[in-house]
Design a protein around this ligand. Structure first.
Ligand code: ADP
Ligand code: MG
Length: 217
């Protein structure tokens, strides 16, 4: 059997839990960086916001391990919405709630479901926050990641390679926020002074996609 074989390409709830563990570790390790970025164009709480949220997510998942990917993502989304104050909690929470809705009720998730779940998550973020390309938000990391992931799967790349492509695109999107003028969120209050600073939400979102590439390859 080739690695691209359907069964081999799917991921189970333990692997997806590994994605969340990796993301939580990355957030903890980069908490000060995220807070410093938010201190430049926001209110210096993005690192502590996300760290509080992901610490709670892991605690809730440990307490009651979800049986299915849909339940795992639903618990994650609901916990983020309820524990992360500020803009990023409801937005990131929406991403996971949409992912939950997109992966079906099976024990395993296939790459196409993951791609449509991330796309649905992006759409949910837009429905809530009305960001578009170039507004200097998490959208600018997540949208190119979705595009690259879909493109790579369409080119018949294996899940790991497709996530690697998504991660590279998210990092490039994150870097591109430096030159942008913020149009949404707190950073938009700064107008021209927001230019020259990397968006904290795009930075954490690139970490989320990099964590997927690390954990699900
Ligand atoms: P707050 O801005 O309320 O303090 P955080 O500091 O946790 O919340 O998160 C800030 C990040 O949220 C920003 O860097 C940006 O990426 C993201 N963000 C803010 N508003 C929006 C929006 N309307 N759409 C998408 N992302 C947004
Ligand atoms: Mg903030």
């Amino acid at each position: 059997m080739q690695p691209t074989d359907q069964q081999e390409a799917t991921v189970d709830v333990a692997a997806l839990r590994g994605w969340l563990d990796t993301f939580a570790e990355e957030v903890a390790a980069n908490r000060d960086l995220l807070t410093r970025l938010d201190s430049e164009i926001g209110d210096a709480d993005h690192g502590s916001n996300l760290h509080r949220g992901m610490t709670k997510v892991i605690a809730v998942l440990d307490e009651q391990p979800p049986a299915t990917p849909a339940a795992l993502f639903k618990t994650t989304g609901m916990t983020l919405v309820s524990t992360v104050g500020g803009a990023s909690g409801p937005l990131l929470g929406t991403l996971f709630l949409r992912l939950s809705g997109a992966v079906g009720l099976d024990d395993r998730v296939d790459p196409a479901q993951l791609a449509s779940g991330l796309r649905a998550g992006l759409d949910g973020i837009v429905a809530r926050g009305h960001a578009t390309a170039g507004d200097k938000t998490m959208y600018d990391a997540l949208a190119p990641a979705c595009d690259a992931f879909e493109q790579a799967l369409g080119d018949d790349l294996a899940l790991g390679e497709a996530l690697e492509a998504a991660s590279t695109a998210a990092a490039a999107g994150r870097d591109s926020t430096v030159g942008m003028l913020a149009k949404k969120g707190r950073a938009s209050y700064l107008g021209e002074r927001s230019v020259g600073h990397q968006d904290p939400g795009a930075t954490s979102t690139a970490m989320l996609i990099a964590a997927a590439a690390d954990a699900l390859r």
